[in-house]
Design a protein around this ligand. Structure first.
Ligand code: COA
Length: 373
């Protein structure tokens, strides 16, 4: 059998959650186009859609709001442990560790019934936002802000991060960003989560695998790398030289390229507009202008399009989000997608176990005792 490097275009299973049309540049959650969802929906509606397969009616949405709101608090021993973490810890390390730790404080952790797993999906989605913001408060020497049940997922994230009532414009932008990042078919982190779930390990183990995969700069970690690049360039007149220098060194430009999209990533279309609006509103138009110029050069020279991580970087930066929380914020959204996939995996499970083409020594070596080697 031929080796398919990076499993490119391999269809590993059936899934009814998300469709990525790489030729047309469309992203579909359960039949709904991401453009419609970004324009008209809220993150909570999208979470319901991903988990239950249809948009909620009023009382279903109200119930989900209530359940998410009631599930946001972290167990006190977990907060205490976080206070003992090194202040310099990378927030994605913290998220990976604490998501795993939560299972030890969940009496339902080992209950594999669909009902218990659905309840855990709600708790994990609610608590991910609390983990990220609580660690940021702790490392900055501030008190952890108790979550508010009356706020949306986006509004409560901003509230717990800053400790002040959330600004409506920023909350709306964060809400759209959450919608855009909620799911993306069998991407690397979702695949990792599903591989773990497919061994019938628990949902905490599965999402911990997902968080680990998301952290890498070829996946979710790219949004932080994009902002570090923009800060390093800093001056719009230096963009051209900087990018051409990266080309000359054959280095990748973070935030560009995609395994599946051969045209514009539809999420980037929204984020480009959001970045322009947010940067101009914040009086920091230069980050958008520099990004737009980088896009021009990379498109012209390499025929590569920006992906979800390119314009999200400047959008988050001018909203005041610390750079090393960009990828954790991606996870705050994607937790709903990961858990939807894990629930789907459990509902129709088969162990995921591919093969490798062996390229080691011929299998006729004779074992030699240590003293004779
Ligand atoms: N900058 C410059 N060149 C790039 C590039 C980028 N961001 N992305 C891909 N390429 C080039 C590669 O160098 C390679 O060129 P070659 O054939 O001459 O060697 C070709 O395009 C194919 O790239 P490859 O890395 O094999 O594609 P992939 O499908 O394995 O990887 C990504 C997809 C997303 C990992 C890749 O585009 C990338 O590393 N992008 C930057 C990181 C990023 O933004 N990740 C977030 C993804 S949402």
């Amino acid at each position: 059998m031929p080796v398919i490097s990076g499993l490119e275009d391999v269809i590993a299973a059936e899934s009814s959650i998300c469709k990525v049309d790489g030729e047309k540049g469309r992203l579909i959650y359960r039949g709904y186009d991401i453009d419609d969802l970004a324009e008209h929906s809220t993150y909570e509606e999208v979470v319901y859609l991903l988990w239950f397969g249809q948009l909620p009616v009023r009382n279903e949405l109200d119930r989900l709001y209530k359940e998410l709101g009631a599930s946001r608090k972290l167990p006190q021993p977990v907060i205490n442990a976080m206070k003992n973490f090194p202040k310099e810890a990378v927030p994605m390390e913290v998220l990976r560790t604490v998501a795993s730790m939560l299972s030890m404080y969940d009496p339902e952790a080992e209950d594999m019934s669909p009902e218990a797993n659905q309840r855990k999906a709600i708790r994990l989605t609610a608590q991910t936002a609390t983990i990220v913001t609580a660690f940021h408060r702790i490392r900055s020497g501030n008190d952890v802000v108790a979550p508010r049940a009356d706020l949306s997922h986006a509004g409560n994230f901003a509230y717990m991060l800053n400790g002040t009532p959330p600004n409506e414009t920023i909350t709306k932008a964060l809400d759209i960003a959450l919608i855009l990042h909620a799911d993306h078919e069998w991407n690397a982190s979702t695949f990792a989560a599903r591989v773990t779930a497919a061994t019938l390990s628990d949902i905490y183990s599965a999402v911990t695998s997902g968080i680990g995969a998301l952290k890498g700069p070829l996946h979710g970690g790219a949004n932080e790398a994009v902002m570090r690049m923009l800060l390093e360039i800093n001056d719009p007149s230096k963009v051209d030289d900087y990018v051409r220098n990266l080309f000359a060194q054959k280095k990748k430009i973070m935030g560009f390229g995609h395994r599946v999209y051969h045209t514009e990533d539809p999420r980037a279309t929204h984020l480009r507009r959001m970045s322009k609006e947010a940067c101009e509103r914040a009086g920091q138009a230069k980050w958008y202008q520099m990004s737009a110029r980088i896009e021009e050069i990379v498109k012209a020279d390499k025929k590569l399009n920006p992906n979800v991580d390119f314009y999200s970087a400047s959008t988050y930066y001018v909203s005041g989000m610390p750079i090393d929380l960009f990828t954790p914020f991606f996870a705050v959204s994607r937790m709903s997608g990961w858990t939807a996939h894990v629930l789907e995996q459990y509902s129709n499970n088969r162990l995921i176990r591919p093969r490798a083409e062996y390229t080691g020594p011929a299998p006729d070596l004779k074992w030699v005792p240590l003293t004779a080697r």
